[in-house]
Design a binder for this molecule. Structure first.
Ligand code: Q9C
Ligand code: ZN
Length: 342
């Protein structure tokens, strides 16, 4: 299968993220994508191509204009104050504080357009996130053009970003942008299967009222795990979208057999929906050795994951999301793709 990759991801390299009362070195680092690329090349998965430029239109089909403008200008506004270190928010509007009016000052804007302090903005962040979206869109074009599958080696990841907020290392929702693009190019029904350890709150929020994009999440229970405020089992969509959001929260310590039971159930729901295209939000932070996660999948398990997804028999776009056991991330992610292919 073809991999789409851009070196521009390296322009996004935060120094620290806020965790447990401390600024700690970022987990979401450029080396992640480099190791995945090396593994793609090592196993000769297929050709590696660069992204085409799609411009702002497909991004604006998912994200609000104000939010996109914020991402484009945040670093300039921040550095105008003489700040040379990464931009991070420190104050957020909560219940009964903000009526949706966009603030002017950069610290207020950072809080207004985010839900955590784990997603630093650096001088190259906009260029990197725009190129990550182009990577997903280019891979979507491959699938649209008749390929059985394509791999978007996206970095930064995207599934925590919603219409108008960043968070969880995510700025633009690459999978959602690709899914919307596939809809706009004529696919009647698209399914998104999110297997990242964390709930894909951004993707869920974007498609929550809609029946034309089925969103299925397998993830750690938000009662105990980030992103905490979305992804419970009783969230099933709203209005016309009711029944088209499916959540499979699992406890800390979940092992592969229990995880695979949920994947089996999820795949049957996807089969019944009958999507023209499948988008997989591919996180491998379900790995036992992941430094911020609590599931226990082993490297060979990822081959089985790919095999099961392949049995859905749909044109499939894999979009890279999380995974922080950096030395093993290439093996684990590419195992899914190899399992899919054999
Ligand atoms: N104690 C993705 O996998 N911080 N994002 C969690 C854990 C945020 C993960 C802190 C994790 C975001 C794309
Ligand atoms: Zn994750």
């Amino acid at each position: 299968m073809i991999t789409v990759y851009s070196e521009l991801h390296k322009l996004h390299h935060g120094r620290g993220e806020w965790m447990a009362g401390q600024l700690v070195p970022v987990f979401e680092m450029p080396r992640r994508a480099e190791i995945i690329l090396s593994r793609v090349q090592e196993v000769r998965l297929g050709e590696v191509i660069g992204p085409q430029e799609f411009g702002l239109d497909p991004i604006l089909r998912v994200h609000s204009p104000n939010y996109v403008r914020f991402l484009q200008t945040a670093w300039a506004e921040w550095s105008k104050l003489g700040r040379t270190h990464d931009a991070l928010p420190y104050a957020w509007p909560v219940r009964r504080m903000n009526q949706g009016l966009e603030p002017q000052q950069i610290d207020a804007r950072l809080g207004f357009f985010s839900f955590d302090a784990a997603s630093p903005i650096t001088p190259g962040t906009w260029t990197a996130v725009a190129s990550s979206a182009n990577v997903a869109l280019t891979a979507a074009e491959q699938v649209r053009g008749g390929s059985r599958a394509a791999f978007a080696l996206c970095r930064p990841p995207g599934h925590h970003a919603a219409q108008d907020y960043m968070g969880g290392y995510c700025f633009l929702n690459n999978a959602a942008i690709a899914a919307q693009y596939l809809r706009d190019q004529g696919a009647e029904r698209v399914a998104i299967l999110d297997v990242d350890y964390h709930h894909g709150n951004g993707t869920q929020a974007i498609f929550y009222p809609r029946a034309d994009v089925l969103v299925v999440n397998l993830h750690a229970d938000p009662r105990v795990e980030y992103p905490y405020f979305l992804g419970h089992a009783d969230e099933r969509g709203e209005g016309a979208g009711e029944g088209y959001t499916l959540n499979y929260p699992m406890p800390w310590g979940t092992e592969f057999p229990a995880w695979m039971e949920r994947l089996e159930h999820a795949c049957r729901q996807i089969q019944a929906y009958g999507p023209e295209v499948l988008v997989v939000s591919l996180g491998v932070d379900t790995f036992r050795g992941d430094p911020i996660s609590q599931f226990r999948l082993e490297s060979p398990d990822y081959l089985r994951v790919g095999e099961r997804i392949a049995r859905l028999g749909r044109p499939t776009l894999f979009v890279m999301e999380g995974g922080y056991a950096v030395e093993e991330i290439g093996l684990n992610a590419v195992n899914v793709l190899q399992g899919f292919e054999d």
